[in-house]
Design a protein around this ligand. Structure first.
Ligand code: GSH
Length: 89
């Protein structure tokens, strides 16, 4: 798994989740220049953060990356569904 983020951006929420989970998804810190590099745009044509890559699964919407992290690391998740408190919808 790889998590791409940029300092002082909304992807900070994803960093908090992986920190709480004690997970090490492989974090790459981008800046505005690298965000618009051909290499990054090849992965995320939208050129935004966060971006989460897990094998062939690629997610670029923060609401989805946070949900995916919660489901992947349920033990310390803030998601009631992931912790089994609520049934999945
Ligand atoms: N669709 C994305 C958009 C996220 C987004 O706009 N991220 C901002 C940082 S908070 C970004 O990457 N901005 C860089 C830019 O627009 O050049 C989401 O909702 O997660």
């Amino acid at each position: 798994m790889k998590l791409f983020h940029m300092r002082d951006a909304c992807s900070f929420a994803d960093l908090i989740v992986v920190e709480w989970a004690g997970a090490d998804p492989g974090v790459t810190t981008l800046d505005l220049k690298s965000l618009n590099s051909p290499e990054y745009l090849a992965i995320d044509p939208g050129g935004t953060v966060p971006l989460l890559v897990d094998g062939t699964f690629v997610v670029s919407e923060n609401i989805e990356t946070l949900g995916y992290l919660a489901e992947t690391f349920p033990a310390r998740s803030s998601s009631a569904t992931a912790r089994g408190v609520l049934a999945p919808r």
